[in-house]
Write a protein that binds this ligand. Structure first.
Ligand code: PLP
Length: 415
């Protein structure tokens, strides 16, 4: 996209859009929740559907003129059903948080109880953080990962569930590098007569491709994002059984949202079609292989990884052992200077703060989209090591920066 039409109207925004495009092309996006959609998805997202009001659902809208909106939404729903094997799908949530809101509104009353993972251990704001509506509306108790192993403490979860007697248990996390035993969490939910919401925002694409355990058909509700490990543009999705279909749809609209963002739903439909192609399977496998290669090499350099490795698309590095005087923010800032963009992250047993935590989260979905293989990811691990180990050495940073430029030139993004 040239943004010439935007430029005619608004040069300031056109400049920012062009600069952002160049930023994405010239840097390595290693924020684990980010990816790059295809030009086809972007074109669908910028379609005339942005003009259309389509409150309601296909075939039962509150407005006239919805036949093409219906076609697009039905295609998105059918493809999602095929991708995840779900009975019922709602593609209208504007984001992952809105998808979670839809589930809470469907089955909880204000004051009901949510049991979820602690934010510091990989939970999400929308699982009950005090700064989020969930923390303000519901009573929240949290479970943890085992401090020693970094894996979910399933026994602790069960004990807390027995004591707290939650109405819903939330699984699925933002910074958890391991596979999740959804059946085990479902068993605990059943034993205390709670619903189970599996929020697979980070792993939506990995689950679709079968390279991560699936909670579909196990948990009562599954929510996901459409922009992290699947490249269908920004948004959310809810999957559930026929039994809960009648609760979910009215909770999304009119419960928590107005008109659906039909242009984004068009992006979802196109991105889901791409994900049904065999290449997507290869992409998901490569994403996981890349994270393993990256993690292994980081460990060879002496970095300590939470849980000792990864089963998915991300690794969580705890800097305290290898670099006790370097914070996650120090690392994030030095790496951004050389064009490696990732985020500082809290680690289990955090001894600093959420603003300046002790870890970095490193993801491979976006690099894999631009063609990185294991060798290239091992080299990126070498570059990360050099920068973190010498984060105030300008000469090292300028050398690494030059190498990042070569890599981004070799693995191009949008031609
Ligand atoms: C990313 C994420 C979400 C979705 O976030 P939005 O920014 O609202 O789309 C939800 N849950 C978890 C666990 C996440 O990591």
């Amino acid at each position: 996209m040239s943004y010439d039409t935007v430029r005619d109207v608004d040069p300031a925004v056109a400049d920012a859009l062009t600069a952002e495009r160049e930023r994405q092309e010239d840097t390595l996006a290693m924020i684990a929740s980010e990816n790059h959609v295809s030009e086809a998805v972007m074109e669908a997202q910028s379609s005339e559907l942005t003009n259309k009001y389509a409150e309601g659902y296909p075939g039962e809208r509150y407005y006239a003129g919805c036949e093409h909106a219906d076609t697009v939404e039905e295609l998105a729903i059918e493809r999602a059903k095929e991708l995840w094997g779900a009975d019922h799908v709602n593609v209208q949530p504007h984001s992952g948080t809105q998808a979670n809101m839809g589930v809470y509104l469907a089955v909880l009353e204000p004051g009901d109880k949510i049991l979820s993972m602690e934010l510091e251990h990989g939970g999400h704001l929308s699982h009950g953080h005090p700064a989020n509506f969930t923390g303000q509306t519901y009573e929240v108790e949290q479970y943890q990962v085992d401090a020693e192993t970094g894996y979910i403490d399933y026994e602790g979860l069960e004990e807390t569930a027995e004591e707290f007697d939650p109405d819903i248990i939330v699984s699925g996390y933002s910074a958890y590098p391991r596979d999740i035993e959804f059946e085990e969490i479902q068993r605990v939910a059943d034993s205390v007569d709670a619903y189970h919401l599996a929020d697979i925002a980070h792993t939506t694409g990995l689950v679709a491709a079968g390279v991560h355990s699936s909670p579909v058909g196990v948990a009562d509700f599954v929510t996901g994002s459409t922009h992290k490990t699947i490249r269908a543009g920004r948004g959310g999705i809810i999957m559930t059984t026929e039994e809960h279909a009648e609760d979910i749809d009215p909770a999304v609209f009119p419960g928590g949202q107005g008109g659906p963002l039909m242009h984004n739903i068009a992006g979802k439909a196109v991105g889901f079609k791409e994900a049904l192609e065999p290449e997507f399977q290869e992409y998901a496998e490569q994403t996981v292989a890349n994270a393993k290669a990256l993690g292994d090499r980081l460990q060879e350099h002496g970095f300590s990884l939470v849980s000792g490795g990864t089963d998915n698309h991300l690794v969580l590095v705890d800097l305290r052992e290898s670099h006790p005087d370097t914070t996650g923010k120090d690392a994030e800032e030095a790496l951004e200077e050389v064009g490696i963009v990732l985020n500082a992250n809290t680690v289990p047993g955090e001894t600093r703060s959420a603003f300046n935590p002790s870890g970095i989260r490193v993801g491979t979905p976006a690099l894999t989209t631009r063609g990185f293989d294991e060798d290239a990811c091992r080299e990126v691990a070498d570059l990360i090591y050099r920068v973190v180990d010498n984060y105030d050495d300008e000469a090292v940073k300028s050398e690494v920066s030059e190498r990042v430029d070569e890599l981004t030139d070799e693995f191009t993004l949008y031609d």
